[in-house]
Design a protein. Structure first.
Length: 383
């Protein structure tokens, strides 16, 4: 009975082997492998694909029939017979057609062994591992690429293989990507507005600020809230202000908001807690802007939940950019073990960070950001 042979093309060897098993079964034999280039998707990343000739395990090969895992737009470049016969290992370390009739499981073992060998011999392996770590921690890919590029440009080649040196260098680069607002600068104009999406912790953040200035700094704040629609918001804020014995004012329109702030300014540090704003809703962003524009002098801080996905954080920053933000206050740090979003937000917005909020409890104070400690946490598990 004739064996069926087919040519498979894929972006990598493992993808080709999986397709061979699906098409020809687990007893298929790999007859030859070679590296090819074409216009398929992997070409975008300048990586070669592979072309694998396989048979279904029968004794006599039949007429070859070609299929592709990823259909190329043009025919791949061909290696001549002499090159295919002489090569034991392809330039990228893949085993080649010199081993005819290799079972699928053996070929997979060869491929994995070759990949491990290449990686072990890579002098920049520590940098690549740290690069993967940064991405997994939520650091924005453009920032990671910038850090890695700088490391390649600045560090001598012999240092790239030293894990401790590379890690220390990347930590120092990360530290420089967060701007910390001096504590004495925070609240200087006398009006602090807190905005953000639903669930960002705006009310808890405002309460922490109120407690901090009342109990620690000896400055008496006043709380103005425009968060009058969300169920329980007024009662929550009222409970905080009653316990601290500070003025509490509810407003229901931009005009009332502006009048209340102007009336309290000068006698109090005004803390303005605005309503939830969905950054995907232009009308809600415009509504927040209409309130803020009623105040001539103000500081506006975005309560930024670091538990959000990076793409959502980027959208928040873009949506709230027209509101003339003064800075960012990352919240909910106690609900996550990854802190790359903090760096991504600071780097992407170029806004300073005065505080971090790592607890919803008012009794737990706000934390002044420590770039060195944050960068250590991002890369901590590498050790």
């Amino acid at each position: 009975m004739n064996a069926q042979t087919k040519t498979f093309r894929a972006p990598d060897m493992m993808a080709a082997l999986e397709e061979i098993q699906r098409q020809l079964g687990p007893d298929a034999l790999v007859l030859s492998v070679r590296e090819v280039f074409d216009e398929s998707i992997w070409k975008v990343w300048k990586k070669p694909g592979v072309e694998v000739l396989a048979a279904d395990g029968q004794t006599e090969p039949a007429l070859e029939q070609e299929i592709t895992v990823s259909e190329p737009k043009r025919e791949p470049e061909k290696l001549d017979d002499r090159q295919a016969a002489e090569a034991q290992i392809l330039p990228n370390g893949l085993p080649t057609g010199a081993h005819f009739g290799t079972p699928l499981n053996k070929m997979a073992e060869k491929w994995e062994a070759a990949a491990e060998s290449r990686e072990a011999a890579d002098p920049a392996l520590p940098l690549k591992e740290l690069q993967r770590r940064l991405i997994s921690e939520g650091v924005a890919r453009p920032l990671v690429d910038q850090l890695v590029q700088t490391a390649h440009q600045v560090l001598p080649p012999q240092f790239l293989g030293d894990r401790k040196r590379v890690k220390h260098f990347l930590q120092e680069l990360l530290e420089a990507e967060i701007e910390i607002m001096p504590e004495v600068q925070f609240g200087k104009c006398g009006v602090i507005c807190v905005i953000g999406p639903g669930g960002a912790g705006k009310t808890s953040l405002t309460a922490k600020l109120a407690a901090q200035y009342t109990l620690e700094k000896g400055i008496r704040p006043a709380w103005v809230t425009a968060d009058t629609i969300r169920g329980g918001a007024i009662a929550e804020a009222q409970a905080y202000t009653d316990s601290l014995e500070i003025p509490f004012v509810k407003v229901y329109s931009p005009e009332e908001f502006g009048a209340a702030v102007e009336d309290l300014r000068g006698d109090y540090l005004v803390l303005a807690d605005l309503f939830d704003c969905n950054p995907r809703r232009v009308d809600q962003v415009d509504q927040v802007r209409s309130y803020l524009e009623e105040i001539s002098f103000r500081e506006t801080y975005l309560a930024l939940p670091v538990t959000s996905k990076l793409v959502d954080i980027q959208q928040m920053l873009e949506a709230f950019e027209p509101l003339a933000l003064t800075g960012l206050i990352p919240t909910k740090l106690d609900q996550t073990g990854t802190f790359g979003n903090v760096f991504s937000a600071g780097w992407g917005s170029r806004l300073p960070l005065p505080y971090l909020s790592n607890s919803p409890r008012t009794a737990d104070p706000l934390v002044i950001p420590d770039p060195k400690e944050l960068s250590r946490l991002v890369l901590a598990e590498v050790d």
